[in-house]
Design a protein around this ligand. Structure first.
Ligand SMILES: [Zn+2]
Length: 185
């Protein structure tokens, strides 16, 4: 994330070295010359594990970098002023062309998102939802394929992000332990 920023935006001093403890706390710029701080927190994102009536899980294929061509769950970045739920519904409408009403929080995962040379830290809030009845799902926006996978056939190795793999391990193990849906908290 860091090497794209070479000057203090306040006093234009060269940033010779990054202050590691400050960086870990989200203080991307901690100017030794003028004392200016610039904070960058993890970017909140959302994702939806969407099941159909057969209990299969929908994955979407990423159309653009990062991780172009890898499988992902539908969702995306939260815009300014949105709640997490509003953001998720907007993303689902944009990507799948449908409205999702009944969603339930499942878990969260910290991940990385390398885009145009900047290594963003993300914090993804993962929700569960179901497609009931005939919904015409289509691949739009930044995805170019959608597919339902049975739970024993999820392409975990072809998932776009390492945090997402952990989410699926947790999700799938909850079904191995019992036939009940996974606990939400
Ligand atoms: Zn400065």
């Amino acid at each position: 994330m860091i090497n794209k920023f070479k000057y203090c935006p306040n006093c234009k001093a060269n940033i010779k070295a990054y202050n590691r403890p400050a960086l870990a706390a989200g203080r991307l710029i901690d100017c030794a010359s003028c004392g200016f701080y610039f904070y960058l927190s993890p970017s909140p994102t959302n994702g939806l594990i969407l099941e159909n009536e057969k209990g299969e899980v929908l994955l979407v294929k990423r159309k653009y970098p990062p991780k172009k061509g890898y499988w992902d769950i539908p969702g995306g970045f939260v815009d300014f002023g949105e709640t997490m739920e509003e953001s998720l519904r907007r993303e689902i409408k944009e990507e799948l062309g449908t409205d999702i009403t009944d969603i339930k929080y499942f878990t969260s995962t910290a991940d990385r998102y390398l885009f145009k040379g900047i290594d963003y830290h993300t914090l993804c809030f993962v929700f569960l939802g179901k497609v009931v009845g005939k919904k015409n799902l289509s691949a739009n926006d930044d995805i170019n394929e959608i597919k339902f996978f049975s739970k024993n056939n999820i392409p975990v190795d072809k998932l776009a992000f390492s945090g997402l793999k952990e989410v699926f391990k947790k999700y799938l193990s909850s079904f191995q332990q019992s036939n009940r849906p996974p606990k939400t908290k």
